[in-house]
Design a protein around this ligand. Structure first.
Ligand code: AMP
Length: 183
């Protein structure tokens, strides 16, 4: 099973991706987590990554696409994966298609996490990440609206989107996820 989790920052994708990955015994591939590791590496690439993250901007596509392409070629990703935080714009979505085509594979399901603005702000302001400062949060939400949200329509046309009400306890949302996937 190959999943993409789509939704604004603070929608709870990471927590649910962790659970679903354990449930299906497939890797949880979170580009934000991967970039936090690269960003702390002290390398030149790390500095580039960090400068984009700290401003709430997207890391350049070439770097991002290559990192994901390599990751989904790893043996543990052959029976499936959950992409959390990728793709984040149309260019990345097209690069993902190309990478999957190379394996004769395709996405099974795009899970869209639905939350309200006030829930997002509450959740993000309760976290303690370096890129969770107020102005960075605002920029990340803008970038989501301008670049990532249009992907919903892109995947809707393929009829692979399932919408999840992501407000509720972790357990409630997880049960909704499982039901949506069974459908
Ligand atoms: P996240 O943990 O998914 O909210 O990501 C944190 C930050 O990492 C984002 O604000 C971006 O700067 C960067 N990032 C994560 N995923 C991507 C991606 N697919 N494309 C570009 N930048 C990304």
């Amino acid at each position: 099973m190959r999943f993409v989790f789509l939704g604004p920052p603070g929608a709870g994708k990471g927590t649910q991706a962790e659970r679903l990955a354990a449930h299906f015994e497939i890797p949880h591939i979170a580009t934000g987590d991967m970039f936090r590791i690269v960003g702390d590496s002290g390398t030149e690439t790390g500095l580039t990554v960090r400068s984009h993250m700290d401003r709430g901007e997207l890391v350049p596509d070439d770097l991002t696409n290559e990192m994901v392409r390599e990751r989904i070629c790893e043996p543990d990703a052959q029976k499936g994966f959950i992409l959390d935080g990728y793709p984040r714009n149309l260019e990345q979505a097209l690069a993902l298609d190309t990478a999957l085509d190379e394996h004769g594979a395709k996405l099974d399901c795009v899970l869209r996490f639905m939350v309200t603005g006030s829930v997002i702000v509450d959740r993000l302001s309760g976290r303690n990440r370096q890129d969770d400062k107020d102005e960075t949060i605002l920029r990340r939400l803008e970038v989501y609206g301008a670049q990532t949200k249009p992907l919903i329509e892109f995947y809707f046309q393929r009829r692979i989107v399932a919408e999840i009400d992501a407000i509720g306890s972790t357990e409630e949302v997880f049960q909704r996820l499982l039901l949506a996937i069974e459908d």
